[in-house]
Design a protein around this ligand. Structure first.
Ligand code: HEM
Ligand code: HEM
Length: 135
């Protein structure tokens, strides 16, 4: 649980930096785009792990009435970001530079990150208590 949450916050921050960089410099270069793709896939895998730890493979609980709307919105947004990211990767590998799907992917991704920051802030005690124990 602790390793998963630490990995989430680290990868989330790196993803934020990588997304801002790609948004500002549309042609940041192949290496930066690859770093972004690898980080994105890692973050998605760790989010799946995070959800597995919470729901113990009973995925339907994610969309039950008890689940907060914000969590549901995050789940939909990360899924759409991943799918559009994979399509944008296929376009990019086929030789097309920036395209509409990449733009949609970017907007969805930023929306997800904004909500993820508020989600992470809500659980800031989890990280603060941990650092106190180590101090
Ligand atoms: C960078 C992204 C994220 C970070 C840093 C993060 C961090 C955390 C932390 C620290 C907790 C409290 C400790 C715990 O119970 O594990 C938590 C709880 C939780 N997170 Fe996340 N999380 C992220 C993304 C997500 C996403 C994308 C979802 C769902 C789609 C999600 C769903 C949940 C749920 C269901 C809980 C249990 C508490 C609740 O129901 O509000 N998290 N998260
Ligand atoms: C939380 C996860 C992610 C966020 C926040 C995010 C965000 C972004 C942003 C802001 C851009 C710049 C878009 C633009 O230039 O208008 C971008 C580009 C890109 N992303 Fe992501 N992304 C995420 C995950 C992924 C994943 C998982 C993949 C691949 C599987 C991916 C593949 C790409 C590609 C190929 C581009 C370049 C597209 C283009 O310039 O047309 N991303 N992403």
């Amino acid at each position: 649980m602790k390793i998963c949450n630490l990995a989430l916050v680290c990868l989330g921050l790196l993803m934020l930096l990588s997304s801002i960089q790609l948004e500002i410099l549309h042609h940041a270069g192949d290496a930066w785009t690859w770093i972004h793709i690898i980080l994105g896939i890692f973050l998605s895998v760790i989010i799946a792990w995070h959800l597995l730890l919470h729901y113990k493979s009973r995925w339907q609980k994610l969309f039950s009435k008890q689940t907060k709307p914000k969590i549901k919105i995050m789940a939909v947004l990360i899924l759409l970001t991943l799918v559009t990211g994979l399509i944008a990767t296929a376009h990019w590998l086929a030789g097309y530079a920036h395209n509409a799907i990449g733009g949609i992917h970017g907007k969805l991704g930023f929306l997800f990150l904004i909500i993820a920051v508020t989600h992470c802030f809500r659980y800031r005690k989890f990280y603060m208590n941990k650092s106190k124990k180590h101090a």
